[in-house]
Ligand binder design. Structure first.
Ligand code: ZN
Length: 206
């Protein structure tokens, strides 16, 4: 079987999809191969369009009309080879995914979990293979949380909230005005004025 893939001229590969191409000049998807359509409640329960219903429930991806893939029999054969034991393309994709999931974490390093709001030290990162297939690697990380508890998991690194550094403590804001500056003490008038001026300086600025 000839497995040569010849996408239409000018088409570019769809990111994160194997064997799919799309037209970069497409006005609907701009080459992503995916169009998002908005789903409203009336779509789900089969009611007619309700002009009052302005808040959509969610968006759903659809293949764009311009999306191109090889013929089914070729796709089937490409898939069969991709998932065959030890396929180097699949191994590369899998290791790329693992590298992304581990992120900057290394054994011995200390990191901040934005989700749990606590720091931890990486004890080890271990690898194994599903069905002893070198193209099906798996990983897990053992960490020691501040406080001493150890867990083993495979939570991916999330660069939007995890960090290699503990975030700086938030500024606690202006110091509270001491109680004795709150005009309650029957002090002489002159002293009271001084206190009140002091209190003004110590007030949080807005
Ligand atoms: Zn398109």
């Amino acid at each position: 079987m000839d497995l040569t893939i010849t996408p239409p001229p000018g088409y570019s590969a769809v990111p994160d999809a194997r064997w799919a191409w799309a037209d970069p000049s497409c006005e609907r998807c701009h080459g992503s191969g995916t169009v998002w359509h908005t789903v409203y409640e009336h779509d789900l329960d089969g009611r007619e369009y309700d002009p009052e219903e302005i808040i959509p429930l969610y968006s759903e991806p659809d293949d764009c009309d311009c999306r191109w893939t090889p013929d089914d029999d070729i796709l089937k054969e490409l898939n069969r080879r991709y998932w065959s034991w030890g396929n180097p393309d699949r191994a590369r994709d899998a290791w790329d995914g693992i590298a992304k999931a581990i992120g900057p974490r290394r054994p011995g390093g200390r990191y901040w979990s934005g989700y749990w709001q606590i720091s931890y030290t990486v004890v080890s990162i271990d690898y194994s293979f599903h069905d002893e297939d070198p193209a099906s690697p798996a990983w897990q990380i053992t960490v020691k949380w501040d406080g001493g508890r150890r867990t083993t998991h495979c939570t991916p690194w999330d660069s939007s909230r995890d960090s290699c550094h503990r975030p700086a403590a938030r500024h606690p804001g202006p110091a509270p005005v001491p109680a004795e500056l709150r005009f309650s003490s029957p002090a002489p008038a002159g002293v009271r004025r001084l206190w009140s001026r002091l209190a003004t300086w110590l007030q949080p600025r807005r």
